[in-house]
Write a protein that binds this ligand. Structure first.
Ligand code: GLA
Length: 390
């Protein structure tokens, strides 16, 4: 693989040695269950065949010397000096360096043995595209520290440590879905996760279907603040509804019927946000059954409903995502299309008949260009295994 050769070359150039090992952690695409993980609902992502790769050499001191090959940047920090978020010369860690440092911090908080390392990071998960490039980086580092320290956490616990890092150290209140998909991915399968109990099962993707990802190439910086705001609106809905629905602890506990009876208690915007979550929980559970039965058309229809809900109720779409989805839904062989991930730009996910995939990619690129004047990147994704040491 080209990317691995380039990585080994960069490692040699940086550290004048061969890496001891390469840790690799995939990105993910979410098929259904969007903006429900932090509401303790159900999600249906799959790990993809694009990943973060970390070439690692052992180091006898607590120093992490890291080259970020794709950013043409580097950082050095000590695993004994994480709380202050500074590098080895006392400068504040740049935002990208807070991901690895945060993972070290979260693993240390669990009492695990953390070593220094010489490392080079590269990734073919596009950044800011809704395919969890950050979770892939976090999980790659966690996997590397696990190998270096000689301890072993269950994949779900490794995922939770990475989520802890992102929530508390980086400061984005994400749910567990991305890190979970990256540690627990299964080749050929989507993963149905109950975000409250953390029980999950692999759901085989039926033969004859492909998952096509279409990148609008639009990136919106406001994503992070809007994300935290959506989360706060969901919490407000739970707070108000729990006055009448006494047993609820999260929106996942509210049935569509109960929601319809009590929605008027919420402000119009909070009502919209909560309705998306309540209906999306029901949609995702239904979709998992439909997928197990191999009913592609019904699954696709639920994806289309999900997009409309993210666009109109949750308001996390953008004109380019809507153009991409609208165009895809008109193309022969496409069962369903929607934005994937947090939204505000990034990618759509499309369920397409395998035999139609090549024509679909071509026609979608042309239609998107006509509608927006922009060039899309469109590729088939294979459902892949979770993180590992190569
Ligand atoms: C981001 C977060 C996830 C999830 C999605 C939206 O990817 O990291 O936890 O909330 O957005 O479904």
């Amino acid at each position: 693989m080209d990317i691995l050769n380039r990585l080994a070359d960069t490692f040699k150039a940086s550290f004048h040695a061969k890496p001891a090992f390469i840790a690799c952690a995939p990105g993910r695409v979410n098929l259904l269950g969007e903006h429900v993980d932090y509401n303790e609902g159900w999600v249906l992502p799959m790990a993809i065949d694009r990943a973060a790769y970390l070439a690692v050499g052992e180091c006898s001191s607590p120093l992490v010397s890291l080259t970020a090959a794709d950013l043409d940047d580097g950082v050095a920090f000590r695993v004994t000096e994480l709380d202050s978020k500074i590098d080895v010369i006392g400068k504040p860690l740049k935002s990208w360096a807070r991901y690895p440092a945060g993972v070290a911090w979260a693993l240390k908080a669990r009492g695990l043995d953390l070593r220094g390392m010489d490392a080079v990071l590269t990734s073919d998960v596009p950044r800011g595209a809704g395919l969890s490039s950050s979770a892939a980086v976090e999980v790659a580092f966690a996997t590397a520290w696990q190998r270096l320290g000689g301890w072993a956490l269950a994949p779900m616990d490794l995922a939770r440590a990475c989520q802890h890092a992102e929530n508390q150290y980086v400061g984005v209140s994400t749910g567990l879905m991305d890190q979970f998909a990256s540690t627990c991915g299964r080749a050929g399968h989507a993963l149905l996760l109950d975000c409250r109990t953390l029980a999950w099962e692999p759901v085989p993707l039926p033969d004859g279907l492909t998952i096509v990802v279409a990148d609008t190439m639009v990136r919106r910086e406001l994503g992070k603040s809007e994300y935290n705001m959506r989360r706060a609106q969901c919490e407000e809905a739970v707070h108000i509804l729990s006055g009448v629905l006494l047993s609820i602890a999260a929106l996942r506990d509210v049935s569509v019927g109960d929601f319809n009876r009590h929605a008027h208690r919420l402000s119009p915007v909070v009502q919209q946000r909560a309705r998306h979550v309540v209906e999306e929980c029901a949609r995702t559970r239904a979709a998992a059954e439909v997928l197990k039965a191999g009913r592609a058309e019904e699954f696709g229809a639920l994806m289309n409903e999900c997009h409309a809900s993210l666009r109109d109720l949750y308001e996390v779409s953008c004109p380019e995502l809507d153009a991409m989805v609208g165009a895809a839904q008109k193309i022969e062989g496409c069962y369903g299309a929607r934005l994937t991930g947090a939204g505000f730009g990034g990618c759509t996910v499309n369920l397409v008949a395998a035999a139609a995939a090549e024509d679909f990619k071509r026609d979608l690129a042309a239609a998107y260009d006509r509608a927006t004047g922009k060039k899309a990147e469109i590729y088939v994704c294979q459902a892949s295994e979770g993180a590992k040491v190569l």
